[in-house]
Design a protein around this ligand. Structure first.
Ligand code: MEV
Length: 427
């Protein structure tokens, strides 16, 4: 091979074909990683002891998971590298494929809610009518208590936006809605809710049942993408046919809870993995998303795909409880790196990127499902994990992974092939 054709090959190598070091270098050259962030990724150090000890009780160790990036996801006109932490090899591969298809239509456009609101519930059981009236009359006093309970959020332009009560059966719930600005908000809202509840307990001469934020929200982030149908063609199906089948699969999810659950799991593959990489509370995120999906008559899919002439149009709507400051977000060094990679400026931007990610993740899954099926790509990527499970180490992992591509992907077969490989090496 001539030096010239070799150079050409290196230039044309796809992002996923590069070594980890080459990927970091490329992102650094593209200005998507600064020197410090690149060093952190290269060294992949464990968390500092003190950080780890403070992020969990009874700490015994640390549990590393790989961090990969969805390459070139275009959202609102900016090209992002979206970091995902997770153990399922096909997640990043599928999302990168979805990002590539979305870019054929100019990328994803997304819009987060204008204000970042979180609501707390302060719950009383069996209140008298007189007490209900006292709550109404205390409105301004409660507002002042709330502002004093968390002055820093008020200074940052946030704070309580609404206090009102509702009665259902024997329960009276005082709903306190807080603008949490850039934070995910759990600590801010719980601090405010408990301060208000303390004042109410005195006023009502009774102890509240509890006061806590709600992880339910109908503050939705919406995203959409419009792709020429040719962009979803597969090796055996033309674009129009594949797009029509994607629409049918999407309609089916609207009619079937069983399918909607799996479809949303696929969406959350990317969204939850990115939330972890960004240092966010992915449990709150998951709870909110699935509760929202179940808000109507049945459990519904988060996405919708329709063919419109020569185009396939997809949309997603979901509540995304996220933050860019506070809690573990500020303590985890790699969370900052993930934000930098995705060029996330603020919480709205973060919500928009994650909604876009969920949408393209779903597109890639649907295209595979209605096309070649999920297992071909999935198992090819799982082969690496299987090789490791069979006992391969160092250079053996790549060799065994390659042999497994055209062979039965079972642990027993992987062990047999590893033994064969080692025997060949010994000769
Ligand atoms: C697998 O992790 C996710 C999928 O099942 C999602 C889907 O079916 O849409 C492939």
């Amino acid at each position: 091979m001539s030096a010239c054709s070799c150079t050409w090959q290196i230039k044309m190598a796809k992002f996923y074909q590069l070594s980890r070091e080459e990927r970091i270098e490329q992102l650094q050259k593209a200005g998507q990683l600064n020197e410090t962030a690149a060093r952190l990724l290269r060294q992949s150090p464990l968390l500092p002891e003190a950080t780890a000890a403070h992020l969990t009780e009874n700490q015994l160790g640390q549990f590393p998971l790989p961090l990969g990036v969805v390459h070139r996801l275009r959202v609102n006109g900016l090209t992002r590298e979206v970091a995902i932490v997770g153990e399922e090899p096909s997640v990043v591969a599928a999302a990168s494929n979805g990002a590539r298809m979305a870019s054929l239509g100019g990328g994803v456009y997304a819009q987060a809610p204008q204000a970042h609101l979180v609501t707390a519930e302060i719950v009383y059981a069996g209140l008298s009518k007189a007490n209900l009236q006292r709550i109404d009359e205390a409105h301004d006093d409660l507002l002042a208590v709330a502002q004093r309970a968390h002055p820093s959020i008020v200074r940052r332009g946030g704070g309580v936006r609404d206090i009102r009560s509702i009665v259902k059966e024997q329960f009276t719930t005082v709903l306190v809605t807080v603008d949490v600005q850039e934070a995910m908000g759990a600590n801010i809202v719980n601090t405010i809710a408990e301060a208000i509840a303390d004042r109410l307990d005195v006023l009502l001469q009774t102890r509240r049942l509890f006061a806590i934020l709600s992880n339910y929200s109908e503050q939705l982030t919406q995203a959409s993408v419009t792709i020429p149908v040719a962009g979803v063609a597969t090796a055996s199906g033309n674009g129009a046919a594949v797009a029509a089948r994607i629409e049918l699969a999407s309609r089916y999810a609207q009619a079937s809870t069983a399918r909607a659950t799996t479809s949303n799991k696929g969406v959350m593959n990317g969204v939850a993995g990115a939330a972890i990489a960004l240092g966010n509370d992915y449990r709150a995120l998951e709870a909110g998303v699935h509760a929202y999906a179940g808000r109507g008559q049945g459990y519904a899919p988060l996405t919708n795909w329709r063919v419109d002439g020569e185009f396939l149009r997809g949309t997603i709507s979901l509540p995304l409880q996220l933050g860019t400051v506070g809690g573990a977000i500020s303590a985890l060094p790699l969370a900052r790196v993930s934000r930098e990679l995705a060029r996330i400026e603020c919480v709205r931007d973060e919500q928009e990127v994650l909604a876009a990610l969920g949408l393209v993740q779903n597109l890639a899954a649907l295209r595979a499902l209605v096309g070649p099926g999920i297992q071909a790509g999935h198992m090819a990527l799982q082969a690496g994990a299987l090789a490791i499970a069979a006992g391969a180490s160092g250079g053996e992992v790549d060799q065994l992974t390659a042999r497994l591509q055209d062979s039965e992907k079972t642990l027993r077969n992987a062990q047999r092939l590893l033994q064969q490989l080692r025997q060949e090496e010994d000769k």
